[in-house]
Ligand binder design. Structure first.
Ligand code: ATP
Length: 216
């Protein structure tokens, strides 16, 4: 479904979010108080405007209240970041995502009603460290502090065996959600008789600690 996004603050993070949403086929209103930042993105989003998002009349005139999702990507100016998040929530935008500079800042944002708080630098650092340490982890989604969904390359020890024989839940405390056989062949919720082939990608859910007990 095509959604309407407003991205406020067009630094590196905001610009990359706005361009990606646009490339994925969604409506994107990009906003920055700096004219250069607006000019740089004008051909890559639905609409780009130069405005100070602290001014509520401006937000109302642009119809921001009708958007599905707002992303507050202002970094250095904490006051603007907090004030704008608050105004967007008060306008009734269902999903407001705000970039935080620190855990303390994140707590304030949570208090004033931000629906999602992101820490791009920390998140990227965690992602990179995980990729460097576990070379067979291709991707992951964090579900909670302890649990994640991982995509891993099938360990050599598992090849040509059935899930039933491998008994991964009992032995390694991992659950296999799907097996990607190729780009267009995915076995969802595989049964015990499913054979794991070389090169398969396993989509698993488990405790982060459980992952390190898997063979390479
Ligand atoms: P990044 O790391 O994503 O490059 P950053 O965290 O350093 O960015 P800033 O440069 O502080 O973030 O802010 C990002 C953008 O937000 C800037 O282009 C700035 O002009 C814009 N911005 C700051 N305050 C406002 C405001 N009140 N209204 C609109 N845009 C604003």
């Amino acid at each position: 479904m095509r959604k309407q996004f407003v991205v406020i603050g067009l630094g590196r993070f905001g610009t990359s979010v706005a361009k990606t949403l646009n490339a994925l086929g969604h409506d994107v209103l990009a906003m920055d108080k700096n004219e250069h930042a607006v000019q740089d993105i004008i051909n890559d989003v639905t609409k780009a405007v130069q405005a100070d998002a602290r001014e509520e009349v401006t937000l109302r005139a642009l119809g921001v209240r009708n958007f599905d999702v707002a992303i507050v990507a202002i970094g250095d100016d904490l006051e603007a970041n907090i004030l704008i998040t608050l105004m967007l929530k008060e306008m009734g935008i269902p999903m407001v995502v705000t970039k935080a500079q620190s855990v303390q800042h994140g707590k304030v944002l949570e208090r004033i009603g931000a629906d999602k708080i992101v820490y791009p630098e920390q998140d990227m650092g965690i992602r990179l460290a995980n990729n460097l340490i576990r070379t067979n982890v291709m991707d992951f989604i964090e579900l909670s502090l302890d649990f994640s969904i991982f995509e891993i390359i099938t360990p050599a020890k598992f090849v040509n065996k059935t899930l039933g024989k491998l008994n991964l839940r009992a032995v390694y405390k991992i659950n296999v959600l799907a097996i990607k056989k190729s780009a267009d062949q995915i076995v969802i919720a595989p049964g015990a008789s499913e054979v794991v082939d070389e090169g398969d990608i396993l989509v698993i859910v488990c405790n982060k600690g459980a992952l390190s007990s898997l063979p390479d």
